[in-house]
Write a protein that binds this ligand. Structure first.
Ligand code: GLU
Ligand code: MG
Length: 640
């Protein structure tokens, strides 16, 4: 989840005193990097995925499942046995926000050859196996996006009472501080977000109204004024960073060949974020209730919203510098490539001094405003030992601000003095139950970058429309019910896409001629195409694959991955969110009252774990008769 410094964390008051120092030096560090590597090019495609996991423990006798607070030890042992023993070890492990979470990535980035797509799933399997091997009996490693009973009494092992005291980190009525990773970064982030904001975070997620759900649905908090005021009728109320950052996701990072290619991909993929998020929807339940959303995005966004009341526009500006329209965890606010410029139609709050300084240093308007926008934020954590740095050779202050801007896309300058190139990170996806699905989503996104670059595709639409799409994408069953703004003609490439923008001019004329360059489309149309309306991303990927030299086995894997995406988009297969909703609805203990009891939760997570470990089939999610013949590397799929 970002930069992990060691040392003594400062309080919010102390951190705030150093905020200008961190920003000033963060910018100097960025400038050093920029000047050193702005002309770097011919880097090859390298990429990697990040999978976040939860550790769970089943109590079969009492039919309960709990989150195990042993993530720190598990990561340490995984590192000892892995990267610390062998620098070429195929997996890497990192801590995540929850003490019950771990994060795994491939040991080395994948390269640009097609056959690498055929190694992703095996690597993910190895990760699951490594982590599982360290667990106690009845424990499992699960790739679930949100734990349905997160924040319910006794949801952790060992059980811990919430710590609603000022000296604690969250002050939550539901989420104990013991469930936060013990690395001081995480509790300090939690506390400092709350202190900066001036009150606890407030998350209100709409409840799904079932037949027997009380209407209005109102929770009362007689002993807590703050909760009584903050909680909204017909919503599930949550009050801690853990409800958001304690969720798991699936991310992909790519190295581009140059800064301009990275900026181009950043923009193009930004338009894809809401579409793929809806396709990956996997988090319908919060704090023991069935919600009316399918994705975690809005929950995490609110869970780290450190804006003051003034910044949120609730009070006139007095002590804060700006009104800020979004949380630090949200969709991007500006395109970065020249082609994107004319679609930058969102009001952008920037630090003007930083913007001017960057321009004077020779940085162009678009990049300068991007960085000056990220830098309206304060640092949230600072370690006493890390205040004075060597700006020419370190980048912690830059990373401090950068890595706490959790946006749909992240534009990543190379670390100082490294052989890593310019990278972009794709961040909206929810994690799937199986390694097969996670590989499918990852491979789909990486292949999409290949066709965007090879065919010079253009997906850009006004950024305000992408934001509207983000809202639609989180809704229940958005994948089938939602309509999304999407560019109609994506193939007007010309040659100027990456290095200049003759095309922007051309499209401008078209805009006036044809009225709008975009239309509302269903995900099925966007992904699978519709005669006379839109070619569809999967047909484009298929035609790209036909022209590529790919060995039979890899082709077979890729086709199975694309088939999953295709069928999820058409509704032939369910998203995880939909499948989970049906599972609950059909559970004998469910009373149609939107409540997920311990027993229901146990059955659900047990089933998820069986699916993930191929102990049972789940054709509604994965397709019929999908069999992967283990270890032989060959795969068969009789579904068509
Ligand atoms: N777990 C967070 C999510 O679900 C992401 C944390 C990270 O950036 O690694 O989006
Ligand atoms: Mg992470």
């Amino acid at each position: 989840m970002g930069l992990l410094s060691q040392g003594s964390p400062l309080s919010w008051e102390e951190t705030k005193r150093h905020a200008d120092h961190v920003r000033r030096h963060g910018i100097l560090q960025f400038l050093h990097i920029y000047h050193a590597v702005k002309d770097r090019h011919k880097d090859v495609l390298k990429w990697g995925d990040e999978v976040e996991y939860m550790l769970v423990s089943f109590d079969h006798e009492n039919k309960r499942v709990q989150l195990v607070l042993s993530g720190e030890e598990v990561v340490e042992t995984l590192q000892e046995k892995g990267e610390k023993t062998n620098p070429n070890h195929p997996t890497l492990w990192r801590p995540e926000y929850g003490s019950y979470m771990i994060e795994g990535t491939p040991g080395q980035p994948y390269g640009g050859t097609m056959s690498e797509f055929n190694t992703v799933e095996d690597n993910m399997r190895q990760r699951r196996k490594e982590a599982t091997s360290l667990l106690k009996e009845n424990q499992a490693v699960c790739t679930i996006t949100s734990f349905p009973r997160l924040g319910c009494p006794g949801f952790t092992l060992p059980e811990c009472k919430p710590t609603p005291v000022e000296g604690g980190a969250s002050r939550s009525l539901f989420f104990p501080d013991e469930a936060i990773n013990k690395h001081p970064r995480f509790s300090t982030l939690t506390r400092n977000i709350r202190h900066r904001r001036g009150e606890k975070v407030v998350i209100n997620t709409p409840i799904f109204k079932d037949k027997n759900t009380p209407s209005p649905f109102i929770e009362t908090f007689p002993e807590d004024d703050e909760a009584a005021k903050a909680s909204k009728p017909d919503h599930i109320y949550m009050d801690a960073m853990g409800f958001g950052m304690g969720n798991c996701c699936l991310q992909v990072t790519f190295q581009a060949c140059s800064i301009s290619e990275a900026r181009y991909l950043y923009d193009q993929l930004a338009t894809i974020c809401p579409i793929v998020m809806a396709l990956s929807a996997a988090s319908p339940f919060y704090r023991g209730y069935v919600s009316d959303v399918d994705c975690r995005w809005g929950v995490i966004s609110a869970s780290v919203d450190d804006r003051t009341r003034e910044e949120r526009g609730l009070e006139p500006l007095k002590n804060s510098n700006y009104r800020i329209s979004k949380s630090r965890y949200d969709s991007i606010d500006s395109y970065l490539s020249e082609c994107g410029e004319k679609y930058n139609d969102i009001d952008l709050t920037i630090d003007k001094e930083i913007y001017e300084q960057l321009l004077q240093e020779g940085i162009d308007h678009l990049l300068a405003q991007h960085v000056a926008h990220l830098f309206i934020r304060d640092p949230l954590t600072l370690f006493e030992e890390k205040i004075h740095l060597d700006d020419a050779n370190e980048s912690d202050h830059f990373e401090n601000i950068q890595s706490t801007n959790w946006q749909t896309m992240r534009f990543k300058p190379p670390p100082p003095n490294s052989d890593i190139g310019w990278r972009v990170e794709f961040r909206p996806m929810e994690v799937q139950l199986t390694d097969f699905e996670n590989s499918a989503y990852v491979v789909f996104v990486v292949l999409l970058t290949r066709v965007i670059l090879s065919y010079k595709l253009d997906f850009l639409i006004p950024l305000s429309k992408v934001d509207e799409n983000m809202k639609v994408a989180q809704k229940r069953d958005a994948v089938l019910q939602g309509m999304f703004y999407f560019r109609k003609d994506i193939c007007k490439g010309g040659n100027a896409v990456v290095d200049g923008c003759g095309k922007a001019q051309q499209s401008m004329e078209l805009a006036t001629e044809e009225h709008e360059e975009y239309a509302l489309m269903s995900i099925d149309t966007i992904i699978n195409g519709k005669e006379g309306v839109f070619p569809g991303l999967i047909p484009i990927l298929n035609s790209y694959l036909e022209n590529m030299e790919v060995d039979v086995d890899t082709r077979c894997s890729i086709l199975n991955y694309l088939k999953l995406i295709k069928k999820r988009a058409s509704g032939e297969l369910m998203t995880i969110a939909k499948w989970m909703r049906e599972f609950i609805a059909n559970h004998p203990d469910y009373k149609q009252d939107s409540v997920i009891t311990d027993q229901i939760n146990y059955s659900l997570i047990l089933k998820c774990n069986q699916i993930a470990n191929e102990l049972c089939e789940c054709p509604e999610l994965l397709g019929p008769a999908f069999k992967r013949v283990k270890d032989s590397g060959s795969k068969t799929d009789s579904s068509n």
